[in-house]
Design a binder for this molecule. Structure first.
Ligand code: BG6
Ligand code: MG
Length: 213
């Protein structure tokens, strides 16, 4: 049914729409520092880890920040984000997500999660889908965020599958680049004009068709 042996999913924007919560938390933080923040800017942060996102925001600030100040700002944003995701539940699963995971499981492939979010375990618990994954990468042990291939390679290694036998699923430009540099097939979720490096792009997991890739 499939030429792949594993499917490795991103979380935010693929399985659940946490982008809005990240947006609200970053906007409050940016504005507290006098930095204008809107949806267009938020797009640049998709798939980028917490400190990387903060650096992109503070690049527009008129002042410089010590490493300690940056850590405090990142912690404040994260506390706000954690308040926002506290009420998440299975109702926050994106359409087609559970069906896609179940299709992969029925086809006998391994299933991994490669999210740079340090809140990924919490979000999976809230969504009630933790047990659907054979391996979830702990973002805390990843040295280089997307677009570096490290996180997808780590998932493949732990699943015991060669990168060439993996299908990666991503909604962010940086994430698709990470999959491609890992030597995997990239399924993009979004728009082909944006995810130009992806091998195939679909609008949402509602269109997921494992046999077609
Ligand atoms: C990614 C999101 O999945 O995780 C980014 O696309 C986010 O927007 C990043 O900044 C890090 O998340 P967290 O939960 O570790 O701050
Ligand atoms: Mg994403």
């Amino acid at each position: 049914m499939s030429r792949f042996k594993a499917v490795i999913f991103d979380l935010d924007g693929v399985i659940t729409d946490t982008a809005h919560y990240h947006y609200l938390a970053w906007k409050q933080l940016a504005e507290s520092q006098g930095v204008h923040f809107d949806h267009a800017f938020n797009e640049n942060l998709k798939g980028i880890d917490r400190m990387g996102s903060l650096d992109l925001i503070l690049a527009s600030s008129s002042r410089t920040y010590t490493p300690e100040e940056k850590l405090a700002l990142a912690d404040a944003k994260n506390l706000h984000y954690q308040e926002l995701i506290a009420t998440m539940s299975s109702k926050d699963l994106l359409p087609g997500a559970v069906e896609a995971l179940d299709t992969v499981r029925r086809a006998g492939l391994r299933i991994g999660l490669a999210s740079v979010s340090k809140n990924a375990f919490t979000v999976l618990e809230r969504l009630g889908i933790t047990d659907k994954f054979d391996y979830v990468v702990d973002a805390a042990i990843i040295a280089r965020g997307k677009p570096d291939p490290e996180i997808f390679l780590k998932a493949a290694r732990e699943l015991g599958v060669a990168p060439a036998d993996c299908l990666g699923v991503e909604d962010a430009v940086a994430g698709v680049a990470s999959i491609k540099s890992a030597g995997m097939f990239a399924l993009g979720i979004g728009h082909p004009f944006v995810l130009t490096e992806a091998d195939v792009v679909i609008t949402s997991l509602k269109e997921f068709n494992l046999a077609a890739y």
